[in-house]
Design a protein around this ligand. Sequence first.
Ligand code: PMP
Length: 428
Amino acid sequence: MTHTEQNLSLKSEALIAKENQYGAHNYHPLPVVLERGEGVHVWDVDGKQYYDFLSAYSAVNQGHCHPKIVGAMIKQAQTLTLTSRAFHNDQLGPFEEYVTKYFGFDKVLPMNTGAEAVETAVKLCRKWAYEVKGIPENQAQIIVCENNFHGRTTTIVSFSNDENARKSFGPFTAGFIKIPYDDVDALEAVLKSTTTTIAGFLVEPIQGEAGVYVPSEGYLAKAKALCAAHNVLFIADEVQTGIARTGRLLATCGNCDCKKGCENTPEVKPDILILGKAISGGVYPVSAVLANDAIMNVIQPGQHGSTFGGNPIAAAVAIAALEVVKDENLAQNAAYLGEVLRNGLNEIAARNPIITLVRGKGLLNAIVVNCDEESDLAWNICMKFSEYGLLAKPTHGNKIRFAPPLVITETQIHECLAIIERALNDFR
Ligand code: PMP
């Protein structure tokens, strides 16, 4: 089957045609039209059930339409939705107290989307650099990694090396230095050669969009130590890896109380922590930047904000979503079932050479398909998964990410492995 041949119902076809006609073509979705979700499942407009193996890019960690989170949203939506930050609201303070204690930071700056939170972190880091570290005005630089994905704003694509994301969007924002990912020597070399102007190091603990690249053991701890030694802020973008996805509350495992399963990996506390996606369980756009007072206090009224950031619905939803993560032991579930999933995928790979590599942590995983990045094969495999009742999407051509909601059970993981193997066998 190619990109264009698919057996779609008339209803699906008509809805896809509407999107194509009236919507900007800024995405290339799989041809599936969903209308309902519950837990690990979603249903299309024809009533077909699927396992969701993407979880809205790890936003729906708590499962679709979690009743506790949806309940919190409905209750708050019927009471007070938006005040702007021109006035206080009775939900924001309790959320700020809850989220800062939950992750072990002095303060939080709430925003809405992941990209906005990354922008916030960049601004915060620069301001700290000028006003606390004493870097001369307009000279601050932030180190970033090759193949990063931090969002889609003009500043963020300025430090991407994805040509498709950048082409014809210049001129770009200056002040970023790119180094290879998972390379402490490269980090140290830049820190040593440019000591007076480096403000921060922005890093994904696992590069999700790039194809679930897990860095070598100890990379983050070494990078954090280097940053600390050079008075440079270690900024962790945990928009995708955070909130239990990788088997721990945070992939950097900051100062949280979820110590189980962390024994063999050093804790790395970021100076600035960026969260989004699953902080709301995918129910509402909520993002957050956390830092201690010495950093966060550089932001004064009028210097940053958003009409919707910290609104009462967001605050109520985020508390409920974070409670679910603890109440349902989602970090532990992700750690355990991640092992089960990777073991199963490795067994499939041993039987079918179409998988060349299995990698990941917790329930953030990917398989690398035996083809080049330009090939249609991974897309066609995802079409087959969809036919057999599992939704996943290729990332960077020949990698397929497997990131189900963290409420999945062991029995369901085995069912999914069976679907995956059956589909892959069709491509032998
Ligand atoms: N940072 C990372 C690591 C991400 O994976 C993403 C989204 N995939 C973003 C930032 C951007 O988040 P959003 O799409 O909510 O702007």
